[in-house]
Design a protein around this ligand. Sequence first.
Ligand code: UT7
Length: 316
Amino acid sequence: MNGIKIRGTGRGLPGRLVTNRDLENIVDTSDDWIVSRTGIRTRRYCAPGETLSGLAASAARRALEDAGVSPAEIGACIVATLSADTLVPAAACLLQRELDLPPDIPCFDLNAACTGFLFALHTMECLLNASPRKFGLVVGAENLSRLINWEDRGTCILFGDGAGAAVVECREGWPSISAVTGCHGNDALLRVPGAGTGERSLISMEGTRVFKFAVEAVPWCMDQVLKKSGRTAAEVDFFVFHQANARIIDLAVRKYRIPPEKYYKNIAEYGNTSAASIPLVLSELREQGRIGPGSRVLAVGFGGGLTWGGCLIEFA
Ligand code: UT7
């Protein structure tokens, strides 16, 4: 199988900035608690009129521009999300129309919660191997602010909205991204009920138990990806983690003795944006010139499902 590389990235962020102090006026919490337990200082919410599809389109347009790829060259489009504006049509179908992507390509949404973007990269690698077009559009986008349960102070302070996108390219002879993906069917620890359950469609989470799962899943994924790719940690230029809690990242970094210049946290600014968090990091790092052509990035995600995943992706 031929591998994929990232050629361009972009992001789309909503306009409403919400600080921890703002949340102190809504729920019984404090800036101190939120910062010390999570690392989050602010998050962004969609303002009236802003939609997930709009954020996804901004991120995708920037990624196409960054990659120097035209919409007509795209062979598949996947939006990783758990919070699309509509269940049908999928956000990816609206993106097809908005960006004028070719009509004869697969465009669909993928829900693997916070691991969605990595599941989508893995899926895209498979799809592009079977496509005559060599570029793919992978977006992670969330509008979680509308799923927040304001009666639960343990979760309402965590989440934010946003979108990140990557244009990937598939070429003969390129190494596979060595994706590792998995799930434990678990509907108790992290849940957003859908229509038909009779429950309100709001996020609920047993935070401490998910934290324990994450702390084990992250190093496990890193080990598996390195093993599958035949690379060592020293050969990785940058480590990108799902931004769920700064403490989870700190534990992984300590375990692997990753130096500060090789990892990044933007959770303070955006909170947990689920499927958008990894592509948001990639887009910021690329803009800052910290990753670019030739960089080898190990990305790890985990979340509801419970799902986990990792991959080693290079930049073209
Ligand atoms: O992205 C998908 C994957 N998600 C994750 O990986 C999230 C993993 N979990 C976490 O990040 C953490 O478990 C949380 C940040 C969600 C919670 O942190 P914690 O250290 O596990 O706190 P806790 O739920 O055990 O609560 C500790 C205390 C409790 O008070 P008592 O019972 O000790 O008196 C809570 O009631 O903190 C209290 N608490 C709060 N206090 C102020 C819970 N939420 C808040 C709050 N403000 N917002």
